[in-house]
Design a protein around this ligand. Structure first.
Ligand SMILES: [Zn+2]
Length: 335
């Protein structure tokens, strides 16, 4: 039986007005929790601090968890992905409080885990109730508060890859290219570009439009049953380079350089994408240029080895990498 997942029920509410009678297991990262705890009146039985996205780590958190009636995910993607796993294992309802709009994981029903040098998506569950306080999110660190735009800008490169795969007859039947779906995805991309400046500045209207775009993008992926309209070589680049730079970089910090590099390799106009990234204060200079080059050179072998859906990453040549003007792509000012 086919299944189409739904988005979480979403409530727009000041954090201080959240009424929670149940005892709670809080899954979080400490900087996020420190920022939010003074607004929350929760009866917390265990505070589980997530360090990394691996199953052994999540199982160790699960083992520490004291009995509770509800799980709260508080923070960004790392906290949400772990909390979804823990809520499933405990059979408990899940409430989510994003402290920034930093990734699309708040809406998704899967958890991304790092395994064998790549990222795998594990079916877990969608958050039951998502609580959004835009006034609070607007005070989040500027490089995080609207960073989820990376998972919308990646529509530009993801859809291009999806079309390439179709031309090369590399799409399995379940991922066959659908022009109508791409049209909808491109409209979501256009709406994301439109709100980049106001969301990046922390304006409530811009953050609301960004949230709308993330919800629509996630539901679009739910409808098609795969992530090809949004995920391609830019994410593969991020997965590979994350192995080299280790933990501690945000998803957007890894994916956004990947978007610009991939768009350039695809021959697309990357300047509007770069302007949106910069408007959302996502750093483009946190990866060493020589590491970027060596990662691009290793990418064809990496995507083959991990059997990732076909894209331009499968075809990158040394001459193409040589021809990229990394300084222009990633420098502070737009060329
Ligand atoms: Zn992503």
């Amino acid at each position: 039986m086919g299944k189409i997942w739904a988005l979480p029920q979403t409530f727009l509410t000041p954090l201080a007005e959240i009424q929670e009678q149940r005892s709670a297991l809080v899954v979080t990262t400490l900087p996020a929790y420190d920022a939010v705890k003074k607004y929350l009146a929760l009866s917390v039985t265990s505070l589980l601090e997530v360090q990394e996205a691996t199953l052994p780590h999540w199982d160790s958190l699960l083992a520490q968890a004291k009995p509770a009636e509800v799980v709260y995910a508080i923070g960004g993607g790392l906290a949400f992905d772990a909390a979804k796993y823990i809520a499933v294992k405990k059979g408990l309802p899940l409430v989510g409080i994003p402290t920034a709009l930093s990734v699309d994981a708040f809406f998704a029903w899967s958890s991304a885990i790092r395994e064998g040098g790549c990222v795998r998506y594990l079916e877990t569950k969608a958050v039951d109730n998502l609580l959004i306080d835009f006034a609070f999110i607007s005070t989040a660190p500027p490089h995080l508060r609207a960073a989820a735009i990376c998972d919308l800008l990646s529509i530009a490169t993801g859809c291009w890859d999806w079309q390439l795969a179709e031309r090369r007859s590399k799409n399995p039947p379940a991922m066959a290219y659908q022009a109508t779906i791409e049209k909808i995805a491109q409209a979501i991309l256009a709406a994301s570009l439109e709100c980049a400046h106001s969301a990046g500045a922390g304006d409530i209207a811009g953050l609301k439009q960004l949230l709308d775009c993330l919800a629509l993008e996630t539901q679009l992926l739910n409808q098609v049953g795969h992530a090809r309209p949004e995920e391609g070589s830019e994410h593969y680049f991020a997965y590979l380079i994350e192995n080299e730079v280790g933990k501690g970089k945000s998803h957007a910090e890894l994916v956004c350089p990947g978007i610009l590099l991939t768009a350039a390799l695809q021959g697309q106009d990357w300047i509007p994408l770069k302007q949106a990234i910069q408007a959302c204060h996502i750093p483009l200079n946190s990866l060493p240029l020589d590491l970027i080059r060596s990662t691009l050179l290793k990418l064809p072998e990496f995507v083959h080895q991990h059997d990732l859906p076909y894209g331009i990453a499968h075809e990158i040549t040394a001459a193409q990498v040589q021809g990229l003007d990394l300084a222009a792509l990633l420098a502070e000012s737009v060329a």
